[in-house]
Structure formats: C-alpha cells, structure tokens
Design a protein around this ligand. Structure first.
Ligand code: K1U
Ligand code: ZN
Length: 173
C-alpha cells in the first residue's frame, strides 16, 4: 500500500467529470487500498479518486468517528444516488483538497445509493448523518464539483486565493 499525494485546489483535475470504472480489477482493488490508507493518514472521513489525480468514478469513506469503535471502511465504485430525501441537513464541510477551510453546506438529509463493490457485485444502502453528507461530497468530486461551489462567489474566491498562496508556499519549500 502506498500513501498518495492529495491534489490541492485549484487544480484542473479536480474540475473534471470522471469516467466510469469499466471492470473491478485487482488494480482497482490496489487503488482502493491506497485511497483508504491515504484517507486514514490525512486524516479524513472520505477520499475520491480525482483527489489523487485518478479520474475514475470511485471513492472511499469511513465516517466512524468514536474512539475505540471498529472502523467501517467502504469502497464505492460507479456510485449513483437512487433516492434523496426532501428533508435537508446543513453540515460544516471540509475537504482534504482545500485544507483548513470549512463552510456550511445544505444537502438532502438522507440518500439511497447504488454502487459496485470490490466483490464486483451491486450494492444498495441508505445513508444518513455524516455518512450522507460525506457520500454526497465525494460523489460531487466525481462530477468535478467542490463544496466551495455551493458558496457565494466572494467566499469561493477568498478560499481559492488562500489555496493559491498555500501552494506557492509549499512549492518554495
Ligand atoms: O473529500 C474529502 O476531501 C474528505 C472530507 C470529507 C468530508 C468531511 C466533512 C464533511 C463532508 C465531507 C474530509 O474528510 S475533511 C476532514 C474531516 O472532516 C475529518 C477529519 C478527521 C476526523 C473527522 C473528520
Ligand atoms: Zn473533498
């Protein structure tokens, strides 16, 4: 397993619509393992393939946050929302590609999703709470959308400028 570098916004690869995974191969299994390790190391509760520069439709998540509770890693390949509640929930979101910036985003409170698992089989489940927020945030990544795209233009520009500065500083070392 390898820790992969996480792309920082702005990056054109974070704005692209990703291509479906055409087969659940051993390479996809190895990629998912790398993504889970990279997510836990960051630390984060989710990570989408484009965040490590792979423009394919898969993401990982584990929203178990309690100390001592068993981890629940999930790998969702070619995920789709098949139902979304009319009730909404406003949650403070962050993003590993936009470090240390947080904002409230309103999304459906509950969603049913369908996806392919690493076993190659179709899975369906309903998510709520942080799981629902995270799954929708990650699915947005696969469509080239970031949580700052839900904000007003001024807030989005401010955060983008902060990230440009961060990237310049990191490049200088
Ligand atoms: O997609 C990502 O960049 C991961 C992102 C997912 C997410 C978090 C919160 C709301 C919506 C989506 C993160 O994991 S940011 C880091 C974070 O929230 C966290 C880190 C450590 C422990 C708990 C949460
Ligand atoms: Zn994100």
């Amino acid at each position: 397993m390898t820790l992969r570098p996480i792309l920082i916004h702005p990056d054109p690869r974070l704005k692209k619509r990703c291509a479906p995974v055409d087969s659940v191969s051993p390479e996809i299994g190895a990629l998912a393992e790398d993504m889970l390790q990279t997510m836990y190391d960051a630390p984060g509760v989710g990570l989408a393939a484009p965040q490590i520069g792979v423009l394919q439709r898969l993401f990982v998540m584990d929203c178990v946050k309690e100390e001592g509770e068993a981890p629940q890693p999930m790998v969702l390949i070619n995920p789709e929302v098949i139902w979304a509640s009319e009730d909404t929930n406003t949650h403070e979101e962050g993003c590993l590609s936009i470090p240390d910036q947080y904002a409230e985003v309103t999304r459906p409170e509950r969603v049913q999703m369908r996806w392919l698992g690493l076993d190659g089989k179709t899975h369906e489940d309903e998510f709520d709470g942080l799981w629902a927020t995270c799954a929708q945030h990650e699915l947005d990544h696969l469509n080239g959308k970031l949580f700052i795209d839900y904000l007003g233009v001024m807030k989005r520009q401010l955060i983008t400028r902060r990230m440009e500065k961060l990237k310049r500083e990191r490049a200088r070392g």
